[in-house]
Design a protein around this ligand. Structure first.
Ligand SMILES: *[C@@H]1O[C@H](CO)[C@@H](O)[C@H](O)[C@H]1NC(C)=O
Ligand SMILES: *[C@@H]1O[C@H](CO)[C@@H](O)[C@H](O)[C@H]1NC(C)=O
Ligand SMILES: *[C@@H]1O[C@H](CO)[C@@H](O)[C@H](O)[C@H]1NC(C)=O
Ligand SMILES: *[C@@H]1O[C@H](CO)[C@@H](O)[C@H](O)[C@H]1NC(C)=O
Length: 334
């Protein structure tokens, strides 16, 4: 029989290699990397099917990023659905319903742009698409391969998704897999073009802090432009859309799969692993070690402080140190 400690070690190694965010076991799970700094590799990851949540992240003022000092992240998967009103779907930063100007980015992406500075969104206009997380705004047709898949569906029941190119492409893969959808490559979305297939009035649902939308040309929301400043009111959906099982499938896939920003990485320190091994092998070892370490630690700290000040003068304050360590964590990710 193997010694107990070998088994423990083997188990520890096994669990230590599992990724922290493995919600769904998909190899090469699609990801969007959101980078905001040139002075290091400061970045956070948006995951298809990811759970979101965690601490927010402030864009540091070191690389002239256009949204310096705004917050990213923290939005949870369960908060991803908004309403039919532009500006909906923000878990935080939505105090002023009349404008999206100056808001943070709870899920990692900034909102859609409808042109003409609608609700203060020119700061996210197409000029900014060069650095929009997930890439430029696009739209793609969502159509059944065959109406037979859903009772009551017809050949011309068509929807459109609207969002950054990465999100739209990933979500199309999921539609094809889960909702019998005909694959369609995204097309550039220009809200001001005369022949745009989708307008503000056609949106039946916003998601992810209004950065993604599902729309139908069968729907005309007469409230879309007039009272959105007060985030109230919408025309009812046409029955075919409202009752459609196909729409419900598409909506469910978006809510569950759309990429959202992950929690900040959790760095597993080697000391944790050793602690586990010792803890399982015998509490007495730990108790003894604890006393020894505490005593020597106190003594060492005392000496070290004097040596440090003597050698290098002032050190980082705890705040500065914490900030620096957090930054290093981001650099280490993924
Ligand atoms: C960023 O830093 C520059 C120079 O240090 C300063 O002029 C500017 O006001 C800062 N911007 C913000 C948003 O804090
Ligand atoms: C986007 O907005 C900026 C000002 O914020 C403006 O200079 C630029 O021309 C706009 N671009 C488009 C395509 O509207
Ligand atoms: C919605 O209806 C209004 C008036 O009824 C019309 O002017 C507008 O063009 C319609 N929009 C769409 C996208 O069909
Ligand atoms: C929003 O509501 C306020 C009162 O609550 C009203 O004064 C204002 O006109 C409304 N704005 C729009 C665009 O409907």
């Amino acid at each position: 029989m193997l010694p107990f400690s070998s088994i423990v070690l083997a188990l520890t190694c096994l669990f230590a290699t599992l990724p922290a965010t493995a919600k769904l076991d998909v190899k090469n799970k699609p990801q969007i990397r959101v980078t905001t700094s040139f002075t290091n590799f400061n970045a956070r990851i948006m995951d298809h099917w990811g759970g979101g949540g965690g601490a927010t992240w402030t864009i540091s003022n070191d690389s002239a990023h256009p949204f310096v000092s705004r917050q990213f992240g923290g939005g949870k998967r369960r908060d991803i659905r908004g309403s039919k009103t532009f500006g909906s779907g923000y878990p935080w930063d939505s105090d002023d319903a009349s404008t999206l100007n100056g808001r943070g980015f709870p899920f990692g992406v900034w909102p859609l742009w409808w042109g003409n500075d609608f609700m203060g969104t020119d700061e996210y206009n197409s000029t900014m698409d060069t650095i929009r997380p997930g890439g430029q705004l696009v739209t793609a047709e969502v159509k059944l391969t065959d109406p037979k898949w859903y009772r009551g569906s017809t050949k011309d029941e068509t929807y459109y998704v609207l969002g950054d190119v990465q999100s739209v492409t990933f979500i199309m893969i999921s539609f094809v897999n889960w909702c019998h959808t005909t694959p369609a490559w995204p097309r550039k979305f220009d809200p001001l073009a005369a022949n745009t297939p989708i307008r503000l009035e056609n949106v039946i649902q916003y998601y992810r802090a209004s950065s993604f939308a599902l729309a139908s040309t069968l729907y005309n929301n007469t409230f879309a432009r007039t009272t959105s400043a007060n985030s109230t009111g919408s025309s009812p959906l046409p029955q075919q859309v409202d009752r459609s099982e196909f729409r419900k499938c598409v909506d469910g896939v978006i809510a569950n799969a759309l990429p959202i920003m992950n929690k900040p990485p959790r760095i597993i320190k080697p000391s944790l692993k050793w602690g586990l091994i010792f803890g399982l092998n015998g509490i007495p070892i730990l108790v003894l070690a604890f006393y020894t370490v505490t005593l020597s630690y106190g003594l060492l700290i005392l000496i070290w402080r004097h040596v440090k000040v003597f050698l290098w003068g002032r050190t980082l304050t705890p705040n500065e140190k914490e900030q620096r360590e957090a930054e290093l964590d981001y650099e280490a990710y993924p």
